[in-house]
Ligand binder design. Sequence first.
Ligand code: GTP
Ligand code: NA
Ligand code: MG
Length: 295
Amino acid sequence: GDEDDLESRPPVVTVMGHVDHGKTKLLDALRHANVVAGEAGGITQAIGAYQVATEIGDVERRITFIDTPGHEAFTAMRARGAKSTDIAILVVAADDGVMPQTIEALNHAKAADVPIVVAVNKVDKETADPVKVRGEMTEYGLIPEEYGGDTMFVDVSAVTHQGLDNLLEAIVLTADAALDLRANPDMPAQGVAIEAHLDKGRGPVATVLVHRGTLRTGDSIVAGSAHGRVRAMITDTGETVDEAPPSMPVQVLGLTSVPGAGDNFLVVEDDRMARQIADKREARQRAAFLAKTTR
Ligand code: GTP
Ligand code: NA
Ligand code: MG
């Protein structure tokens, strides 16, 4: 697109880290919500996406957060989360320290070449040792700024809410210093489906993140080999909206099948075109699958 058409967009921040280190609780605290309470067994099973507004120096700044599961079974989701992100927040519980999925998440963030902010969580706990966490992370190449390195470490507690403002500020500083976050909102939307499932009542539901353009109710879209017409869009706060600009995550209803998580989506001219592209993609996938299984 033309340089003049670019407008600033919120940073997309993926929250990663070892199981139970407090990723979802931290996001709950930032959103004044309570997702943790509704999770089966307290384990995050899917990617969730939320937008938070914060005031930094009297200016309202929006930040899009993507939550990921820490359980080792969800490697692919962490990889996907890292890929569609601008900044990675690595959550490390101060009582537990660096654990296997901490390192795995760190490697995904490094592979995606995104700046990393370390949130040292659970500092309210008596057994918390945030200095030890810094030492451990240094061994993996993340040197805290206060030790002369270039990684921001922020001590936080998702329970007492200590340090949350510092964390938001670190994210905004990182975004402003390291990234050019601009996108053209005046074009047919493109982006990625970060999660999708079949809902009993509502049919296929896809959480999509708009990268460029603006997604609108009534748009014909292709997502992977799924297609359809956007019947409704719902934000993370349950609000129905008619437009989703860049960096805004929304649930999209109206697809005729469930796209794959991580599939790109795009808006096309009309339903017919959407169906054609989707059919072609499906045929290609089937051919690739057959080639593999009959080899
Ligand atoms: P997965 O999604 O399963 O990987 O876990 P998670 O990283 O999202 O952790 P979650 O938010 O589910 O929190 C795990 C447990 O730690 C819960 O019992 C939280 O209440 C608790 N917890 C999270 N943050 C804090 C904190 O800052 N202090 C204390 N004391 N407990 C916390
Ligand atoms: Na958990
Ligand atoms: Mg979680």
